[in-house]
Design a protein around this ligand. Structure first.
Ligand SMILES: NC(=O)c1ccc[n+]([C@@H]2O[C@H](COP(=O)([O-])OP(=O)(O)OC[C@H]3O[C@@H](n4cnc5c(N)ncnc54)[C@H](OP(=O)(O)O)[C@@H]3O)[C@@H](O)[C@H]2O)c1
Length: 266
């Protein structure tokens, strides 16, 4: 598969790495186009892939084009590449830019809208995606394989779910990092050395997520297993509930969802 990636920042690099790691494409089958000379140098040295500053040239001859620039750069980029689109699959990973908007600016309909997250950098991402109905079966599978190389993927026929996924899994790593940071700070507060608190917390988060994944049990049941009557965990949970932990998370995600919808309508 020949892939052109416009934008070689955090997410563009995640696409490059995962495609090479999963052998979906060889080094010479991937080209990255980026305005930043520093970024181009880095990508060419680190991965040995061709790089260019010319977005429109980059997409010629590609099977798939991944648009990985910031949403505010996207319209300009779409104008540059629109004339070169013949049969390529175009995948945007920009937050808050609807399929309708992508198709209008590109004047083209073989388009996928995807919302990955940053754990894609280590092949553990979660991507929600949708597409126009015009993709061929093989193009749909090509899109799925590019996204699956970065971790898990979930296709939605109805685009409205992408804004919801943006609020849950797109922004989700930031919520988890904040929780991790808070738990480490709490450990330090009660006297643990920071490096030890950090190890305890990371392994606890990874272990808990693994248990959740393997046992397929409701989280409330898993929580109950840790909570002895009158014990330490019950004491901590009471304080979290008194502080409105659950409703705070629900309110935060709802606010992120409203923001995603507002971006989408622009
Ligand atoms: N980071 C996340 O958590 C996340 C999650 C899901 C989706 N996304 C989406 O992924 C996209 C990329 O995000 P990112 O975090 O990877 O951004 P980023 O690190 O800023 O990378 C974007 C890259 O594109 C370059 N660029 C800017 N304008 C360009 C142009 N006209 N032509 C070609 N290259 C250009 C930038 O160069 P300069 O640095 O010189 O401007 C930069 O190297 C965004 O649309 C974002 O919404 C991000």
């Amino acid at each position: 598969m020949k892939v052109a990636i416009v934008g070689g920042g955090t997410m563009g690099r995640a696409v490059v790495q995962s495609m090479l790691r999963k052998r979906l494409a060889g080094k010479q089958d991937i080209i990255v186009s980026d305005v930043s000379a520093q970024s181009r140098d880095y990508l060419s040295k680190k991965y040995g892939i061709p790089v260019t500053a010319d977005n429109s040239q980059a997409v010629i001859g590609a099977d798939a084009v991944v648009l990985a620039v910031k949403p505010q750069e996207l319209v300009a980029v779409m104008k540059q590449i629109a004339g070169q689109l013949k049969s390529q699959l175009v995948m945007s990973i920009a937050a808050g830019i609807s399929l309708e908007s992508l198709c209008r600016h590109l004047d083209y309909r073989l388009v996928v809208r995807a919302m990955p997250n940053t754990p894609a950098q280590v092949g553990k991402g979660m991507t929600a995606w949708t597409s126009t109905g015009e993709l061929s079966g093989p193009q749909h599978e090509m899109a799925r394989s590019i996204l699956a190389a970065m971790g898990a993927e979930q296709y939605f026929a109805d685009e409205k779910y992408i804004d919801m996924a943006t609020a849950v899994s797109g922004s989700g790593p930031a919520y988890v990092f904040l929780f991790i940071e808070s738990l480490i700070d709490a450990g330090v507060h009660i006297g643990l050395p920071r490096s030890v608190a950090s190890k305890l917390v990371i392994e606890t988060i990874v272990g808990s997520a693994e248990v959740m994944k393997k046992m397929a049990v409701h989280p409330a049941e898993l929580k109950n297993m840790v909570t002895s009557p009158g014990g330490t965990t019950a004491e901590a949970l009471l304080n979290l509930e008194m502080g409105g932990f659950r409703s705070l998370i629900i309110n935060a995600v709802t606010a992120a969802y409203q923001k995603a919808k507002a971006l989408d309508s622009k």
